[in-house]
Design a protein around this ligand. Sequence first.
Ligand SMILES: Cc1cc2nc3c(=O)[nH]c(=O)nc-3n(C[C@H](O)[C@H](O)[C@H](O)COP(=O)(O)OP(=O)(O)OC[C@H]3O[C@@H](n4cnc5c(N)ncnc54)[C@H](O)[C@@H]3O)c2cc1C
Length: 353
Amino acid sequence: MDRVVVVGAGISGLAAARALAAAGRSVLVLERARGVGGRCATRRIDGDQRVDFGVAFLHGREPEFLAALAEVPGAALPGWPSVILGGGRPCQPDAFAEGEQRLAFVDGVAAFPRHLARGLDVRTDARVTGLATSGDTIGLSIEGAMPLVARTVILALAVEQARDLIAGLGGRAPGLATASALLTMMASTPCLTLIAAYPEGVPGPAFHVSYPEDSRILQAISHDSSKRVSPAATVMVYQAHARWSREHLDPTIEGRFSESTDGWARALLAEAARLLGPWAGAPSSFQAHRWRYARTDRSAELGAPILLHLPGDGAPGPRLGLAGELFAPGGGVESAWMSGTRLARMILAEDRR
Ligand SMILES: Cc1cc2nc3c(=O)[nH]c(=O)nc-3n(C[C@H](O)[C@H](O)[C@H](O)COP(=O)(O)OP(=O)(O)OC[C@H]3O[C@@H](n4cnc5c(N)ncnc54)[C@H](O)[C@@H]3O)c2cc1C
């Protein structure tokens, strides 16, 4: 049976790859970053302290998704966040709806994608730069590496990233043209994020997460160190509102700490000081992160993943699958996982016929 190539090792790509591999299929995952997880992201700062700087906690209600979370090894913090301050709008209001379960991990949310990736063939530092159909396969160009071909390719990316790659395929297949048009109408919202570590002795907040109702700058404040066992420092993660992020996102500077980054980072700290007290404006160190595609706009979501057949030399032709948080209702990590799992099932069902 042909190998399936999955582009993107976020939750959706890993969920798809896991379900395919569990059914005995050969799968290769290509990920442009150094590690897996995408927006389900944890990094280490000041030595060894872990910080969640994308999604701060996981939540959902689908039994299958909750079962997948329950398999993650390591200490979980069920119910986190339980101490909430402020009546502002959460990043994902569904997270606090009745029946929704929430949890975090002491080792960071990235424990989940790391667990999903175990045993899979994942190639990191492998950015796919282009797709082209050739005969009954799709060719993938990879930055700094030999190209690959596969009959089935899954794009498990933010909508803008998927759209860019699909554009290279041209609009030959009617389904592809429709999918491209659909994706053009979807958008992700950005989120400027600041990780701030504080010197010993700061008062530190009593909440887990705050959603300030009177700030046009800060949407969410996560007391990240409250998730860690014996944290070396008080660490806060500040997430800016989408609109404010858009206004301050500099499209010309990618991933560099620049003067303009310094500007917005300091604005976030000043706002944190206004909301939490002077201590919050004076961290011992801070790191900025620009999430250009943080979340799917709630007005832009589809009910299911997409599986397209492209014209090839003969039937059935190469296949292109689309998964990601956009391709299941609700958005967020649960939707990403559901869409990847469902897409894998669609592929397996088709191959059984
Ligand atoms: C600040 C922030 C707060 C959030 N808050 C919440 C929340 O409260 N609740 C919630 O449920 N969700 C939240 N989310 C959203 C959640 O994290 C995402 O919905 C989910 O992780 C998306 O998973 P994905 O697999 O669809 O995409 P991604 O995680 O984006 O995975 C895509 C992967 O593809 C890789 N990639 C991109 N282009 C290429 C390429 N050309 N070649 C190879 N690899 C490529 C990327 O590096 C990435 O690893 C938040 C996200 C952020 C950033």
